[in-house]
Design a protein around this ligand. Sequence first.
Ligand code: COA
Length: 176
Amino acid sequence: MTEQISIRQETQDDFKEIFEVNHIAFGQVNEAKLVDALRRNQTVFIPELSLVATENNKIVGHILFTKITIIDDNGNINESLGLAPMAVRPEFQKSGIGGQLIQQGLKVAEELGFKSVIVLGHEHYYPKFGFEPADKWNIKAPFDVPSNVFMAIELVKDGLKNISGTVIYPKEFETV
Ligand SMILES: CC(C)(COP(=O)(O)OP(=O)(O)OC[C@H]1O[C@@H](n2cnc3c(N)ncnc32)[C@H](O)[C@@H]1OP(=O)(O)O)[C@@H](O)C(=O)NCCC(=O)NCCS
């Protein structure tokens, strides 16, 4: 199945189907609405980093990376990317589509000059793609979560060198 999958940047024509994929994958509309809200926030949205996985022109998966900031105790602010949300239609799950979306997203992010990505997610899944617990860099979530589910990846060597602090998500995440 996976060989027929293509990954590409979203277009305006995809917005409705992306909403549907998120809705059905999460079983609620919160994440689908979050994607729409983030897309409207031009300060954090990066068109090249809203990717869809398609099979025969049908959207079967979606991934979004938006700009986030990491603020340290001295008020120093560094930019990074947050991976969220990601969704694959239930009947297409567990065939590697999520992995393809992550890998293509990380590649595009690096090409765009981003140096790191942060994710809150499954502790056995994201390490397959190089993510490590963010506390390795003394980077913390803005909410209480087990340290092994809050992860980061350097897209370039030393991409997080001398960067530590608390991640600040776009305000749109507060509604999820
Ligand atoms: C998470 C998700 C996008 C993965 O898509 P996918 O195409 O199935 O991913 P892959 O085929 O690359 O990998 C699937 C593997 O990751 C595991 N996995 C990934 N995220 C997981 C999670 N949040 N909880 C449990 N297992 C998860 C799967 O169990 C599976 O493991 P296995 O292959 O050892 O059985 C998909 O399961 C989904 O849409 N879930 C609902 C929405 C969600 O929870 N999104 C993530 C939070 S933003």
